[in-house]
Design a binder for this molecule. Sequence first.
Ligand SMILES: [Zn+2]
Length: 342
Amino acid sequence: MKNSNLKDRFLDTLLGKGPDPGEKIPVLSVTQTGTVDLMKKTGAFWPEAHSNPEKMATLALAAHEITGLEAARYPYCVTVLSEALGCKVRKGSQALQPYVISHPLEVGKRVPEIPEDLLNRGRIPTVLEAGRLLKTKTGDSLPLIAGIESPASITTKLMGGDKYMKCLLKDPAYVRECLAVNTEIVIEYANALLDSGADAVCMPDGVSSPELLSPALFENFIKPVYGKFCREVNGIKIIHMCGDATPFLKTLSECGFAGISVEEKVRDLKRAKEEIGKGAILIGNVSTASTLLSGTPREVKAEAKSCLEGGIGILAPGCGIAPLTPVENMRALVEARNEYYS
Ligand SMILES: [Zn+2]
């Protein structure tokens, strides 16, 4: 794998072909990378960068060109699909991500439908166009990672969190039906993202973590959804699980994800790697809230070093990068990787 470019290195890592022992592992973010510092340096500000493809691509590329992270990651929110399916979205501000403010399935027992014009709805064309622009700008030199909402996350936004959790226990058949439709929708969108330039899709699933679901609920409702998603999406799939994902890692590795991104709450990386086995790469897990956002570059490096010593497969932030994160701390993550191998 020596001398390969960043995209090849990324693909080889996730396909289990490298790196060779002692060779640098990739350092990048599979979660959101838009920060106010990068917005100021590029003129590509939120909220415009959520709906303008040029600005979306410019800000994604800035995370590579300005901080050295070895990928471009877009978009910057987890509302694109839920908005396309009818949720109202408030667009946020420079330092606040867009968020859903209405739940069209909150009342009654309607099941979502797959829109025939899904790929033309809402900001989906924007994200697809940003992927094409990034592909043109980078050729095959840099991995492009597209973020996508999970079927459970969309279901939660469509019906509201309270109803989702209640129905999981009291009306499992209804939840299963909704999840099945939303899985088809996510698969169609993920394949479109990969066709328009993305090298991988990353699915953060904040509503399916061990902090919210029992192992039995996860096994019964979420595992089949992930399995179908992984079988039917034609490219590299990465899951990001919030919280301490340790109890679900083995199940996640059986679903078919090439990469599993975890937060700093997963403390024992050796055990995490044992749970995952050889089927997937562990990604993470420098704290975004306490270290990257509020720590010093020296603290970022110290935490990154312990991730590297713990055998992380790709060095990355533990979750989405907070918008007010200083650019020096993002650079420190890359420098830590470089210093570790020098
Ligand atoms: Zn997270």
